[in-house]
Ligand binder design. Structure first.
Ligand code: HEM
Length: 463
């Protein structure tokens, strides 16, 4: 893209530059993610505003400004209020942990936090490894028959089985989890028209509304009976549903719909983000045989013929660097929208109260201002011996500040286990090449499906 405007020093409290409608709209329609990176890059990290008609969000991309929005002046940048971007999401999860602020958010976060400490995540590793191995065992039959498997669908199965076991104590069965997952998929596509034209009132029917309502009914049919059962027979279990059904620290008892909001939010964030991130593994490794080889060498050395377990994870250093680099280029939570409550100034540029603020790990993590050769997949950037990055918020795939991802530690353990279990037991090739173009949705996934042809590692060893 050509330079949208010339660089200029930010004078204190100046109006942001506006990308005109005639530039912003066609570019965003053609390639929304690429256009956002280009706009931010052309502005070299200065705050800009996009003219999209009645919707004129600020695009914030400089790590120092991100730190102010997400952490230092967090009270001014809420997920609450009239934020048009949040409205469709709220229709799914109500006032749940993922979207709420203030006392409601504190109550949910306070209840759930103890389930996600690093210490507790460590205690879940053996259970996770067991569920992952069970799911991966089922690949042997198609692998021996030379039948391709659907890489995305198989990851979904592995992640659902693992998450239902360790976080939901198998209260939601895997077939029911698949039903919820499919309904959540429908919800995100059905709400796209409303996301794109957020100003249309809900009284006016829009395409997608009927599918949206049906998907909500499907989710409720699974989730509400489980919640009613858990409330009728309370336990001291430390799974998500038992925890959410108990009275909160302040003595309050959330109602059924508040619990349902948090359960759906936790289900969706714990599974969708993990599946989205891991689905990049196939195209990334297929396009970079050198990276794949280094990973499999490391796994062979550390794990050998064992099953991957807790003791191996700290030694799988390169595997962890690959995950970190995947989270840089393909952050599942690619957009973190906020609304400014009051006026503020970011890098000399004025933010007006009520304005929508776009914060995107995808954008900042691909800017050449902060990363050398940003589109190159290079796990070495995350070598532990390298000096700390200059800006904390040049890399923030899990957000930051008080809303920082609760599941970050658990995700990293689970992802390491899944990747190393799969690669310790199979080599794969893609049936058809898959390119690295993302599909824009609630989370960031590859546009194309990956069909895998597997060879069991034992067979390679025997031949
Ligand atoms: C690839 C994996 C993941 C990514 C990239 C990711 C990313 C994020 C991001 C960017 C946020 C910040 C949202 C905001 O500030 O508005 C967030 C929040 C959150 N994440 Fe994750 N997440 C991942 C996995 C998980 C998992 C596995 C869980 C749970 C098991 C989880 C639970 C949460 C929760 C509960 C919040 C809301 C925290 C709050 O507002 O207090 N995430 N995540």
């Amino acid at each position: 893209m050509s330079q949208v405007f010339e660089a200029r020093p930010a004078t204190v409290n100046s109006e942001p530059r506006m990308i005109p409608l005639r530039t912003a709209l066609p570019a965003l329609i053609r390639d929304p993610l690429g256009a956002l990176v280009d706009f931010a890059q052309d502005a070299d990290g200065e705050v800009i505003r996009l003219n999209l008609g009645s919707f004129r969000p600020y695009l914030v991309s400089h790590p120092e400004h991100l730190q102010r929005v997400l952490r230092d002046n967090v009270a001014n940048y809420t997920r609450d209020g009239d934020g048009l971007l949040w409205r469709p999401v709220r229709r799914i999860v109500g006032d749940a942990i993922l979207v709420a602020e203030g006392a409601i958010w504190e109550s949910s976060r306070g209840a759930l936090q103890p389930l996600f400490t690093a210490k507790r995540a460590e205690t879940l590793v053996d259970k996770m490894a067991e569920a992952i191995n069970e799911a991966v065992d089922e690949w042997l039959e198609p692998a021996l028959a030379g039948r391709p498997i659907d890489g995305g669908a198989e990851l979904t199965r592995i992640v659902l089985r693992t998450t239902m076991r360790v976080l939901f104590a198998d209260r939601i069965s895997v077939p029911d989890a698949l039903r919820i997952s499919a309904a959540l998929d429908t919800l995100t596509t059905a709400m796209l028209p409303r996301l794109l034209v957020p100003a249309v009132p809900y009284a006016v029917p829009m395409p997608g509304d009927r599918r949206f309502r049906e998907a909500v009914r499907t989710i409720d049919a699974v989730v509400l009976p489980i919640i009613r059962e858990a409330r009728a027979h309370p336990t001291d279990g430390d799974d998500i549903i038992s925890t959410l059904c108990r009275p909160r620290a302040d003595g309050s008892e959330p109602d059924e719909y508040a619990i349902r909001g948090d359960v759906v939010a936790m289900f969706s964030t714990a599974t969708e983000t993990t599946i989205a991130l891991l689905s990049w593994l196939w195209p990334v490794l297929a396009s970079r045989p050198d990276v794949a080889e280094r990973m499999t060498d490391e796994i062979e050395q550390v794990v050998g013929a064992d099953r991957v377990g807790r003791e191996h994870l700290p030694q799988l250093r390169y595997g962890r660097m690959v995950l970190d680099e995947m989270l840089r280029l393909y952050p599942a939570g690619w957009m973190i929208p906020r609304t400014a409550v009051g006026d503020d100034v970011l890098g000399g540029v004025r933010i007006k109260a009520g304005g929508s603020v776009l914060v995107s790990p995808y954008v900042t993590q691909r800017m050449s201002t902060f990363w050398n050769d940003p589109t190159l997949f290079d796990p070495e950037r995350f070598a532990p011996e390298l000096p700390r990055r200059r800006y904390r918020y040049s890399y923030f795939p899990f957000g930051g500040g008080p809303h920082q991802c609760l599941g970050q530690y658990l995700f990293l353990l689970e992802a390491q286990l899944i990747v190393s279990t799969v690669l310790s037991r199979y080599r794969f090739r893609l049936r058809e090449p898959v390119d690295l173009t993302p599909r824009m949705g609630a989370s960031l996934q590859p546009k194309q499906r990956a069909e895998l042809i597997l060879t069991p590692v034992e067979r390679l060893a025997a031949s």
